[in-house]
Structures are given as structure tokens and as C-alpha cells.
Design a protein around this ligand. Structure first.
Ligand code: ATP
Ligand code: MG
Length: 362
């Protein structure tokens, strides 16, 4: 992966520009952690980058950054900049492209995210990022309260990095968070959710939740139920327990899972129909929240007589033939009835038995 990234740097520098890998990739590389995307910083402007990468560009943004996809790796290439005006503690209103790396590094959030690497894999660490990496410490570049005032998302990013890397917040960062945490209220829920997703998806999620609570971020983030969360090991189960479907933005797939989990929390997890209706994944998550044994749930699920309506051995045509009737809603009613009878072992999923049952009852 690094060799590919070096090739990308060369493509830029061969055109007479400067280019460095920066941010998450270098930080994780020095920590021996794998990364899945690479941020590059350069003095080439987006227009100039478009000339260089042409067909490989998958995204351009209006804040001077392009994304290139090569061999399934995403490279986000951003032009050296200075951020001028911040409105509402959100994204900068104006940016100005600059020609030197040092200025660009200074607008970044944390020292550990400012280390860069050139095309010879040489590391440049102008802002003492390595020292903080070694001390496993989250420190802002410059005054923490000023940096949080400029962009309050950095508060959440600090907690995110402390969680995913298992680092500590510096004393200055911690007190600036306590001082500025109410600014989180002004941020968009989309941006907050992206960082919260990373905290909740981390293997270190329980420490992350503890840190959010310790700093009192549950209130400004409107996560009232955060303090009730018990040991958890999945992103979606945290969101389900938080019960914030009406506040934060979720995809339809996420919504469906969360609603399923909440429904199963009220039901008997080991009930065959519950297992059948909601499936193994949702049942396992709801089971974990209740502290049930995952193996027992899986075993019970594996032994269900049917796992979906399609597993019922008679077809809709069979049902019509048995009753000598035209198609109608009654078919679906019969299927619902059969599901129950088969799942509760009242009848077997056997053609003759089902045929007799239908003849006797419909
Ligand atoms: P990840 O491993 O999640 O990619 P990352 O540190 O690379 O972590 P990105 O969101 O990809 O985070 O951002 C890339 C770099 O851009 C960061 O390392 C940091 O230098 C800078 N950056 C990102 N967001 C901000 C921000 N809100 N304020 C200042 N600098 C930022
Ligand atoms: Mg990154």
C-alpha cells in the first residue's frame, strides 16, 4: 500500500509540485496499525491535480480536495491551505491556498495528525507529533480552546482518536473540552454521527463511552441514554440502546436493524417465531444486550424447522389446487398460519401433512 502511495506522490512531484502523505496514514503507520485510506497534501491546486490524475478521480469537492482511486485504495489529495474564517464553529467559510507545507500543517487538528512522509518515505515532524505518539497523548496544534472554538467537531475527534488509538487526552485538551463542549450543539448531526460511529465501532468502545460520559458530552450530543449502556460490542447495538432514531440521521438499513433490535428487546429471544421473524443477527444483538448466551441463540436458530416463508414446502399454486380456488389474499393468511404451526411443531414441513391440514381447516 505504501509503495502505491509513493507512486502517487511521484506522479505529483514529477510534475514539479510538492506532495506528502499526511494525517491518519502516517500516524497509523508509525503505530504499526493498518489504514484503509491515505491523505495527501500538496501545493498543486485541484485544477492541476485534475490534469495529473484525469480518469482516476472519483470525487471532487468544493473545498479544494480531490479523491483518486487506485487499486481499491482511496487517496484524498488536498491542496495546502490556510483556513480563514469560521462560522458557527463549523467548517471554515473561506480557505486560501498557500505554497508552504508548514502553514498547511498548522491548520490541522492534532499534533499526531500533522506528521508527514515524502516520496522517499522520509518522515517530517515539524510540530512534535511523534513525541505525542510516543506518549500516547492527544494534543491540539496550538491552543486547544481556540481550536475547538474554530471547529467544535475537533472535540469529538479528540474523543474518537483517544478511543480508537487508546490514547489519553492532554490536560489542556481535557479542560478545553469541558469549557467548550456546548458548542457541539451547533454542529450538524451528520458530522457528529460520523465521529460517533467510529467511537462506537471501535473495539475500545466501552472506554470511549466512559470518556464521553466523564466529559459530560452526553448532554450536548443529546445522548440521554448513554449512561445506561452496558458492555457492548457492536455499533448498531449502541445506537439501538441510545434510542435517537428521530434525532440522528440513519440509513434505511440501519433504521430497520435498530427497529428490529428494539422490538426483540421486548420479546422472548428464544421464541421460535421471534427468531424466525427477526433473523439471527438482530436476535444475537438483542440477546447480547439482555446478557443472553450467543451460542444458545445460534443453536436454537439453526434448529428452526423453517428460516423463511420460502422454506415451506407447498407453493401458492399447491394451495390454490388443494382448495380449488383462484389467487387471493387468503394465500398469504394461510402461509402466516403455516409458519406458526410449523415453527411451534404443531405440524411438520411435509407436503402430505400440510395438505391435510389445509383441507381440514380452510
Ligand atoms: P482516519 O484514520 O479516520 O482517516 P485521519 O486523521 O486521517 O483519520 P481524516 O478525517 O481522514 O482523519 O482527516 C485527514 C487529516 O485532515 C487529519 O489527520 C487532520 O490532519 C486533518 N483534519 C481532518 N479534520 C480536521 C478538522 N476538523 N480540523 C483540522 N484538521 C482536520
Ligand atoms: Mg484519513
Amino acid at each position: 500500500m505504501l509503495d502505491e502511495a509513493v507512486k502517487i506522490l511521484h506522479e505529483i512531484t514529477d510534475n514539479g509540485y510538492m506532495a506528502y502523505i499526511v494525517g491518519g496514514y502516517v500516524r497509523d503507520y508509525l503505530l504499526g496499525i493498518e489504514s484503509n485510506d491515505i491523505d495527501i497534501t500538496t501545493n498543486a491546486t485541484p485544477m492541476e491535480l485534475q490534469e495529473i490524475f484525469k480518469d482516476n478521480i472519483i470525487k471532487t469537492t468544493d473545498y479544494g480536495s480531490i479523491t483518486v482511486m487506485v487499486k481499491n485504495i482511496r487517496y484524498e489529495i488536498t491542496t495546502f491551505r490556510k483556513e480563514i474564517k469560521y462560522t458557527d464553529h463549523r467548517k471554515p467559510e473561506e480557505i486560501e491556498y498557500v505554497n508552504d507545507l508548514y502553514t498547511d500543517l498548522n491548520r490541522r487538528d492534532f499534533t499526531i495528525n500533522s506528521i508527514c512522509m515524502d516520496e522517499n518515505k522520509e518522515i517530517f515532524d515539524f510540530l512534535n507529533g511523534k513525541e505525542d505518539l510516543n506518549r500516547r497523548l492527544i494534543n491540539t496544534i496550538g491552543s486547544a480552546s481556540e481550536r475547538f472554538e474554530e471547529d467544535a467537531l475537533r472535540i469529538l475527534r479528540a474523543v474518537r482518536f483517544a478511543t480508537t488509538l487508546d490514547f489519553k487526552l492532554s490536560d489542556e485538551v481535557r479542560s478545553a473540552i469541558l469549557e467548550k463542549k456546548n458548542l457541539l450543539k451547533d454542529l450538524s448531526y451528520e458530522r457528529k454521527k460520523e465521529e460517533l460511529d467510529k467511537i462506537f465501532a471501535s473495539p475500545n468502545v466501552n472506554n470511549g463511552i466512559e470518556l464521553l460520559l466523564e466529559l459530560g458530552l452526553d448532554k450536548p450530543l443529546e445522548l440521554e441514554k448513554l449512561k445506561d449502556i452496558k458492555n457492548t460490542d457492536s455499533l448498531i447495538s449502541v445506537w439501538a440502546m441510545l434510542d435517537v432514531l428521530d434525532i440522528y440521521p440513519f440509513t434505511n438499513a440501519e433504521k430497520e436493524l435498530i427497529e428490529g433490535i428494539n422490538a426483540v428487546l421486548e420479546l422472548d429471544n428464544m421464541d421460535p417465531y421471534t427468531l424466525f421473524k427477526y433473523g439471527l443477527y438482530v436476535n444475537s444483538i438483542a440477546g447480547a444486550i439482555k446478557g443472553l448466551d450467543k451460542k444458545a441463540i445460534t443453536e436454537k436458530y439453526d434448529n428452526l424447522a423453517i428460516k423463511s416463508r420460502d422454506d415451506i414446502i407447498v407453493s401458492a399454486q399447491d394451495i390454490m389446487d388443494i382448495l380449488g380456488k383462484e389467487p387471493g389474499k387468503y394465500i398469504s393468511d394461510i402461509y402466516s398460519d403455516l409458519e406458526q404451526k410449523i415453527l411451534y411443531d404443531k405440524i411438520n414441513n411435509n407436503k402430505e401433512e400440510i395438505e391435510n391440514y389445509i383441507k381440514d381447516n380452510y
